[in-house]
Design a protein around this ligand. Structure first.
Ligand code: FUB
Length: 342
């Protein structure tokens, strides 16, 4: 090896071990339109499952056929894993209408979670209920273990959020315009039918719980719109959600259990450039992050959205500080391993 080449290699090796000083640029995914972020941390990696707004399709409408995955270990460098699940993984949903050609707008906001070495992906197939897929790892391949909706099929059953409490009890909550939840059984693919209405608990839609809607809407008594996200911090349960009217803002409520009763907390993010928004909150390497979406990518609009992330901060009393979206995104939380492919 020539002397200058050897020096360059040494310099690059040294640089690669230095802490990264650059920050990520929001949006997180810049090669396609993504929405409805669902982050989950496992074994030192943050996985980000999202909906996928197709570039072509019916104008002025959602066009969502599959779900895509990205991951990071430092909040700055992201790996795209591509499509991990799609509407075609739920053949029962297509049969209810006239076939696949009519089923091009169903892959709405998902969330996945790991339990006992298996991964469970909950997905709303808009209008047909909430399905569940199972895999051995977050990249799939996913299969449908029950071959039918886990949650009844109607247009209210969208935007599932899944959470496992410290005592091992798992919860699935969802809904627009109402908020419902079930206690999942340990198998994560069925639920306890002994409580609520055949297992389904309807959360009271009160202003005290979910905030006042301004201006009032006869159909909706509170600010709650959709996109619930369950999260726990210091023994306090949080319900983040997309709030109305449109354009949506993000709000939150707190409670003593993942089933509430909820007490409205305030606004987490004011309306952004898309008419929807969707919260995904996760702790990672000592910080808490709020994932959300807007229309920031070139060509973006309410049906071509982009997932972004910024740090979420709490006040000493547990209340949530309003997040100001940034272009820079969060600071790195780890250094790059020069021997690992990113
Ligand atoms: O992405 C389709 C729908 O838009 C989601 O299910 C809602 O949360 C809103 O983001």
């Amino acid at each position: 090896m020539q002397k200058t080449t050897r020096s360059a290699v040494v310099l690059l090796s040294v640089l690669a071990t230095l802490p990264a000083v650059s920050s990520a640029l929001n949006p997180v995914v810049q090669t396609m339109y993504t929405a409805d972020p669902a982050p989950v941390v496992h074994d030192g990696t943050l996985y980000l499952l999202t909906s996928h707004d197709e570039e072509v399709g019916k104008a002025g409408n959602f066009n969502l056929k599959n779900w895509v995955l990205s991951s990071t270990t430092d909040m700055v460098n992201w790996t795209q894993h591509g499509v991990v699940a799609s509407l075609r993984d739920f053949p029962w949903a297509a049969k209810e209408i006239s076939g696949w050609e009519g089923f091009d707008n169903g892959a709405w906001a998902p969330q996945m979670i790991e339990r006992d070495g298996k991964w469970y992906l909950y997905a709303p197939l808009q209008g047909r209920g909430i399905g569940v897929l199972m895999a051995d790892n977050p990249l799939g391949p996913f299969i449908d273990p029950i071959k039918k909706p886990l949650i009844r099929g109607n247009y209210d059953s969208i935007d599932p959020t899944v959470y496992i409490d410290a005592d091992g009890q798992a919860y699935l909550a969802w809904g627009n315009p109402g908020l419902w939840s079930v206690k999942l059984n340990k198998d994560m693919i069925s639920y306890d039918t002994r409580v609520g209405e055949n297992g389904i608990i309807r959360h009271p839609m009160t202003v005290k719980a979910l905030g006042e809607r301004v201006p009032p809407d006869a159909q909706r008594g509170t600010s709650y719109e959709e996109g619930p996200w369950l999260y726990k911090r210091k023994n306090l349960d949080y319900l983040f959600f997309a709030a109305g009217p449109i354009p949506e803002h993000l709000g939150y409520a707190t409670g003593p259990t993942p089933e509430g009763p909820w007490t409205y907390g305030g606004v987490v993010m004011t309306p952004q450039s898309a008419f929807t928004n969707h919260p995904g909150v996760v702790d990672f390497k000592g910080k808490t992050y709020l994932f959300y979406h807007n229309a920031a990518l070139p060509g973006g609009d309410g049906f071509k959205r982009s997932v972004c992330v910024d740090e979420l901060k709490f006040n000493p009393d547990g209340s949530v500080q309003t997040v100001q979206p940034t272009r820079e995104g969060p600071a790195p939380v780890a250094t790059l391993d020069p021997y690992q492919r990113v």
